[in-house]
Design a protein around this ligand. Structure first.
Ligand SMILES: CC(C)=CCC/C(C)=C/CC/C(C)=C/COP(=O)(O)OP(=O)(O)O
Length: 343
């Protein structure tokens, strides 16, 4: 990915922030997963990358760990110790893992983070059950944490949004690529806010709520997280078309193959190249050609510009909210990192 690097900035310590939060959260996450049925716990452990299965080695654990970091930083943004955000971090990581398990089945994606998806490794039924178990565990984790009912409500709002966003994402595939019924950029942004933004917003808001932040701060952080989530999804779309599969761990052109209405595709809908482009969607052997046409039609540039607009909105919300300096600084660094990432 080169286009994301047009802004040069000094290296920032986001890997350290992520590692610090992961260290804080990992024991509680492992303890929670250890309470599951042993077979389900094994599949959950595989999904988190904690164990080897059939000779497929364990990978770097737990993906990027952004959601757990947001929850810990949310607690710190409330002026509390990061430990206070741990139940929130565990809950959002569990929900995230659950949604990925089910999403891979819905999308027919056989690979996740450079290894076979759980449904490929264990079968569809066991993968669905593991997702269900992680979901139940997430709710239990929050319900038994301090400030229970309020935090469960924050989570349930995000869960409803996730379902709504995923439904739109699936339905958008069936919409015509051009004409009055086509998916508009605004419809895409609403879908992305719900599918991806809701859980990022929920992560930071939950952490803040557990840190006993004022209601206004919780709401502002939730909104900032949602903008951040939209930006994250936009970058995900770009990486899904032009990213290096060896780095992202996702098959090249997966979204194009599935005929997904990603933002670059939606933004290219009005270009003169659109009819040629749409004839190529859903044809794996023509994915490279489709990517070139989308780029020529400005779809990639439009997605990156929109990602910057969304991160600016997130940063403005952070700047307008009274937060301890170190927490505001770490949250802003995370925002920059999410847009400049390569995986
Ligand atoms: C009850 C409840 C909350 C149900 C969850 C519904 C569900 C499966 C939501 C999936 C959300 C999601 C972020 C998918 C990945 O998006 P993507 O396909 O763009 O990402 P990918 O490229 O990594 O696969």
């Amino acid at each position: 990915m080169t286009a994301l690097r047009t802004v040069t900035r000094a290296p920032h310590p986001v890997p350290e922030i992520l590692a610090r939060c992961q260290e804080l959260v990992r024991p509680a996450l492992a303890e929670a997963v250890g309470r599951l049925h042993p077979w389900v716990a094994e599949m959950a452990g595989y999904s988190f990358g904690w164990c080897e299965v059939d000779g497929t080695p364990a990978r770097t654990p737990g993906g990027k760990g952004l959601r757990q970091a947001l929850a810990v930083l949310g607690a710190e943004a409330a002026g509390a110790d990061g430990h206070r955000g741990v139940p929130a971090a565990v809950a959002v990581e569990l929900v995230h893992a659950f949604t990925l398990l089910h999403d891979d089945i819905m999308d027919g994606d056989a690979t996740r983070r450079r290894r076979p998806a759980v449904w490929k490794a264990y079968g569809t039924g066991p993968a669905v059950l593991t997702g269900d178990a992680l979901f139940a565990l997430a709710v239990d984790t929050l319900a038994t944490a301090p400030q229970g009912p309020d935090t469960v409500r924050l989570l349930s709002t995000a869960l409803a949004d996730l379902v709504h966003g995923q439904a739109d994402d699936l339905l958008f595939v069936t919409r015509p690529p051009t004409g009055p019924q086509r998916v508009t950029p605004q419809e895409y942004l609403t879908m992305a806010e719900k599918k991806t933004g809701a859980l990022l917003g929920c992560a930071v808001a939950l952490g803040a709520a557990l840190g006993v932040a004022p209601a206004g701060t919780v709401t502002a952080l939730d909104r900032a997280g949602r903008h951040l989530g939209i930006a994250f999804q936009l970058v995900d779309d770009v990486l899904g078309i032009w990213g290096d599969p060896a780095v992202t761990g996702k098959p090249v052109g997966g979204d194009l193959r599935e005929g997904k209405k990603t933002f670059p595709v939606v933004a290219a809908s009005d270009s003169p190249a659109a009819p040629r482009l749409f004839a190529l969607l859903g044809r794996p052997e023509r994915a490279g050609e489709a990517a070139r046409l989308i780029e020529e039609a400005g779809g990639r540039a439009a997605a990156l510009a929109e990602a910057r607009t969304q991160t600016a909105a997130a940063r403005a919300l952070l700047a307008d909210t009274p937060l301890p300096t170190h927490a505001a600084r770490d949250l802003s660094r995370l925002v920059d990192f999410l847009v400049d990432r390569e995986l």
